[in-house]
Design a binder for this molecule. Structure first.
Ligand code: ADP
Ligand code: MG
Length: 247
């Protein structure tokens, strides 16, 4: 938190192995409050695992993660309390299919945050408006396009009042014509000062919105810096090869 003068997210010597497969091999990364960091890299380089270690969907093998100055990797930490502070949006939207859009936003608030009905509905309304879907409040997920469903997933995460938002390839499952609306919502969130870690292959988004781009390969950070340098003028051979393949 800024009150402590520390970065919003601090990752120190993070290692993660699955059996004898060492997927993260020592990650050190600070993300300041309000900063937007895009993480890029080849498939299998550990990007999802890194995000999942930040909100403890995976337990690191070694190292520390701090969010808002609290060590979330402390064994005594209240995992649910940590997760409440961290919103996560996945490639697959993971909406509850059998309830309305509004209920997708109100149920977690009521269950996890114990908000009363009136407050939960008001927060849901506000966040649906924020993502441009106020008119879909009573629809069911199956009645929405993929892009709309992803915006609902973002609104649902925002309804929990997170301090940071993690996005794992939020537009990868979308038809190309639906990508822009989701990126627009993310761009707006960034402009509002949300701290964001975004795994994405959308290089134009990274260039335009990210304060920093991190290139990962083989479980390490190979190169990081402002987008115009990492994407525009990469210093490492591995970064150049990756960018050449995707651009
Ligand atoms: P990326 O998101 O960059 O594509 P991931 O973090 O998903 O990479 O995966 C990195 C490596 O970790 C892959 O080799 C993958 O098979 C392995 N991995 C990820 N999650 C698990 C898991 N739950 N169990 C075993 N291996 C996993
Ligand atoms: Mg991944």
């Amino acid at each position: 938190m800024s009150s402590t003068g520390r970065p919003e997210i601090e990752i120190r010597g993070l290692h993660k192995s699955f059996g004898d497969n060492e997927v993260l091999r020592g990650i050190d990364l600070d993300i300041g409050r309000g900063e937007v960091v895009c993480v890029i890299g080849p498939s299998g380089s550990g990007k999802s695992t890194l995000l999942r270690c930040v909100n403890l969907l995976e337990e690191p093998t070694a190292g520390q993660v701090f969010v808002g100055g609290t060590e979330v990797t402390d064994l005594d930490v209240d995992i649910d309390a940590v997760r409440r502070r961290i919103g996560m949006v996945f490639q697959q939207f993971n909406l509850f299919p059998h309830v309305t859009v509004t209920e997708n936003l109100t149920l977690p608030q009521r269950r996890v945050l114990r908000r009363d009905k009136v407050e939960a509905f008001e927060v849901a309304r506000r966040n649906l408006e924020r993502v441009g879907l106020a008119d879909k409040a009573d629809a069911y997920p199956s009645q929405l396009s993929g892009g709309q469903q992803q915006r609902v997933a973002i609104a649902r995460a925002l309804s929990m009042g997170p301090e940071v938002m993690l996005f794992d390839e939020p537009t990868s499952a979308l038809d190309p014509e639906l990508v822009g609306d989701v990126l627009a919502v993310m761009r707006q969130l960034a402009a509002e000062g949300m701290t964001m870690m975004v795994v994405t292959h959308e290089m134009s988004f990274a260039r335009e919105v990210a304060d920093r781009v991190v290139f990962m390969d083989g479980g390490v950070i190979v190169e990081e810096g402002p987008a115009e340098r990492v994407v525009g003028d990469p210093q490492q051979e591995r970064t150049r090869n990756f960018l050449m393949r995707i651009l």
